[in-house]
Design a protein. Structure first.
Length: 238
């Protein structure tokens, strides 16, 4: 079965500068294979007959890979993140055609499944945001309810990478919830963002606003005074 063995790795250079170590063709324009630190063109690496499928369609990629007896993963170096990132795969042309036909055949079913999954995730997100709001108010009972709701909605946004989407945040860990509230106070109740925009380094800016943040958190941690029912003050004075 295709994909059972480790895939061949093909590098997509940002700039065509290298020449093939075997046929000396070059600069290699798009893709090359590195063997023993030497670059080879796809033809010399016996991969020239494969077709390139960019990333982006998970179902098509999976089916094409499974149908192809030979396939390779295409990587490109991200200098900013200092790592190689997947760009797509190389597969046999017939495998790609069969995969495209299979995806077209069940496109409606997959669309309906995506709609159901999206609705389920939306329901889960509403429940989690409500639970996170309640936990914020439990830890910070004097925090205004609209602020608690805003913090919960911001930090629990799916795909945001914020603390609310971390494992600790999803389990309503006290440290994670407090970190989310602290971050909200830092941006909304202090001059932190102004300091950053004026060129102050992040660590220094955090130090400058730390006392102001802690003052807000201390105030919000105080329990709310019990509410008196209407007319209770008058009855007390009678």
């Amino acid at each position: 079965m295709a994909g059972a063995e480790p895939p061949v790795v093909v590098i997509q250079p940002r700039e065509p500068r290298l020449h093939c170590a075997e046929c000396h063709d070059g600069p290699l324009p798009l893709l090359l294979v590195l063997e023993y630190n030497a670059p080879y063109c796809l033809d010399c690496a016996d991969l020239g007959h494969l077709s390139y499928l960019p990333r982006g369609n998970a179902a098509l990629t999976r089916r094409a890979r499974e149908a192809s007896s030979l396939w390779a993963v295409v990587l490109r170096h991200n200098s900013r993140r200092t790592r190689y990132e997947r760009q797509g795969i190389l597969v046999e042309e017939q495998a790609l055609l069969r995969a495209e036909a299979a995806c077209l055949a069940d496109a409606d079913a997959r669309a309906r499944r995506r709609e159901r999954d999206a609705a389920r995730r939306a329901t889960e997100d509403v429940r989690f945001t409500a639970a996170l709001t309640a936990e914020i108010l439990r830890l910070f009972p004097s925090c205004p309810q609209d602020r608690a709701a805003a913090v919960a909605a911001h930090t629990s946004l799916r795909g945001s990478g914020r603390v609310g989407r971390s494992a600790a945040g999803r389990s309503l860990d006290e440290g994670a919830v407090t970190a989310a509230v602290r971050a909200a106070v830092r941006h909304d109740d202090t001059a932190y963002d102004v300091l950053l925009m004026s060129g102050v380094r992040r660590n220094e800016a955090r130090g400058r606003v730390a006392r102001a943040i802690e003052a807000v958190l201390v105030a919000w941690r105080r329990p709310n005074p019990p509410r008196r029912s209407p007319g209770s003050a008058d009855r007390h004075n009678v």
